[in-house]
Design a protein around this ligand. Sequence first.
Ligand SMILES: Nc1nc2c(ncn2[C@@H]2O[C@H](COP(=O)(O)OP(=O)(O)O)[C@@H](O)[C@H]2O)c(=O)[nH]1
Ligand SMILES: [Mg+2]
Length: 378
Amino acid sequence: MVIKKYLVKNMNEALTRIRYELGKDAIIISQRKIRESGIKGYFKPKLIEVTAALENNKIDKKNKFAREKEEDIDFRNSLDSIKKIISEKDKKIIKEEVKEEVNSENIKNEVKEIKELLNRVIKNTNKEEEKDLISEYLRDIDIDEKLLIDLLAKNYDNIDEFKKDFMDLLEKEIDISTNNLSGKVVLVGPTGVGKTTTIAKLAGRLALIEKKKVGLITIDTYRIGAVEQLKTYAEIMNIPFKVVITLKEMEGAVKELESCDVILVDTTGRSSKNTMQISELRAFIQKVNADHIMLVMSGTTKNRDIQTILEGYNELAYEELIITKLDETSTYGCVYNIVKRSNKPIAYITTGQDVPDDIKVPSKNEIEKLILGEETIC
Ligand SMILES: Nc1nc2c(ncn2[C@@H]2O[C@H](COP(=O)(O)OP(=O)(O)O)[C@@H](O)[C@H]2O)c(=O)[nH]1
Ligand SMILES: [Mg+2]
């Protein structure tokens, strides 16, 4: 028999300790309230003295010591599991932190994307504004709407960048004819653009300045006064002048002027819309066996008419351009439109009504500056 006394504060404590130390078969044999010894005991609550006993044969193998060992193992196990739990938790926390980091990384990326998107939107808005400015500029200088779209196919950061590009483009696309004027030269083009006046100017320059032997032929017998106009110039400059009505007469006139260095042929401004008349004109030109066929176009031609006129005269296989009346306009986009759509070199430009002064072979740079709006004629 094992007997043990316990000094406890209450029965609960006693039972717990008895169970723990002696096992579940222990029995309580007595209990009494006592005070702690000494003077302090009076100021403290009473304690209970519990006496417990356990029969020898019932001594639990799993008594205090065995239990302690076992519980030591249990404790270790618990410790391990706690460690495990803690480390799991740590892992979880780390994971969560990583997750959070990933999340914050995501947010960073999203913010970055939004920034980029905003920048792009702002940039595009700026680009759109620049585009509007450039279109406005191109319309101001009178560039054809369709050509304008082509010019704006690329995006520009600013108008200066565009102008630089446009200048480079003009440098490539504008061609000045450097041919020396000799042989048989035919001028064609719509009514009133200045063909006859230009013929007089050319005749004057060639005869008076270049001292060349010049002959004049006109087939413009349709307009009242047309013959007289050129006849007067021819008389003033003292150069031979022939009026031709039929193809046969044309053949004869060219033969008669054979000795001339240059034969200038004036034509009627027949409607380019009437193909019969154009083909009639073509027959005359073939009879002349022209060295130069020049299309005369006014610098004041409306953009929407340019293409139609050019198409109408295509059949005459003109190879050079004369652009007239540049003194009558302050924007020269028309020159670009004509050059771009015809893809032909400019031989002359005319800048007024004065014969023979108001005609010249322009420099490429001059044409570029006129088109860009950096220079004017007057
Ligand atoms: N302002 C200006 N008028 C011009 C020029 N060339 C011709 N003209 C005028 O345009 C009108 C028609 O010219 P004309 O030579 O008869 O044209 P055509 O029908 O093509 O032969 C005339 O009044 C000319 O004086 C020019 O370069 N500038
Ligand atoms: Mg005429």
